[in-house]
Design a protein around this ligand. Sequence first.
Ligand code: NDP
Length: 239
Amino acid sequence: MSRSVLVTGGNRGIGLAVARAFAQAGDKVSLTYRTGEPPRAATDLGCLAVTCDVTDSAQVERAFNEVEAAHGPVEVLVANAGITRDRLLLRMAEKDFTDVMDTNVTGVFRVVKRAAEEMVDARRGRIVLISSAVGLLGAAGQANYAASKASLVGFARSVARELGTRGVTCNVVAPGMVDTDMTKVLDGKQRAAVLGKVPLGRGAEPAEVAAAVRYLASEDAAYITGAVLPVDGGWGMGH
Ligand code: NDP
């Protein structure tokens, strides 16, 4: 059965890999991008590209309206959009903290709330939030990011409790080091330091994260909600 799937931040990195995985499985996929022309990859994959900055509620509303008009209500939401503003705590400006929280936490709240309205009416739906292994392990220089990603766990578990009887599941995927633009900024030494703690000894391909997301959105995962699924090569050992 082809479902209406929406991936935030689906124009590159992990989000694009997630969009690709659902599109290749035959779902009707919409992905968000922020500026410029619709991403070429969206057209190639047959995805609907909608503009949306998740820090802006009006843009979130417009994006959902566009998706609903084209594909029907969102049945699978993947809240993937996220940013980093890495600084050591003593050098971290308040704005570094609040910007990260606004995108990574309040942005997730905005899209999950909007999607849940329709899912509750339909009495079914799948919500997957992209957190991070760092949310549970912590990382020097990432107090803002780790706080934002840890908070998604409490958020997801609360949503899971609220919406379970309406047939809606809400789960978290917690990737470790994934090879995307976000981790390109790390130098060789920083990379080696992380990978030295990863039993599998390598970073993940975005497609490996996408596979976990697809699983949690599949019929096989119908009885899984409020779970955190690490995709981290054993870095956090299940947390
Ligand atoms: P990228 O930096 O490659 O991509 C981030 C995506 O989020 C882009 O599509 C970006 O859009 C979008 N985005 C950022 N801010 C906003 C916003 N305000 N509104 C809408 N979209 C926004 O990162 P990754 O693909 O690596 O990361 C994807 C998710 O996975 C993030 O939540 C990240 O925290 C998480 N993650 C990543 C890990 C990694 O090692 N890479 C590890 C663990 C978790 P635009 O192109 O417009 O900037």
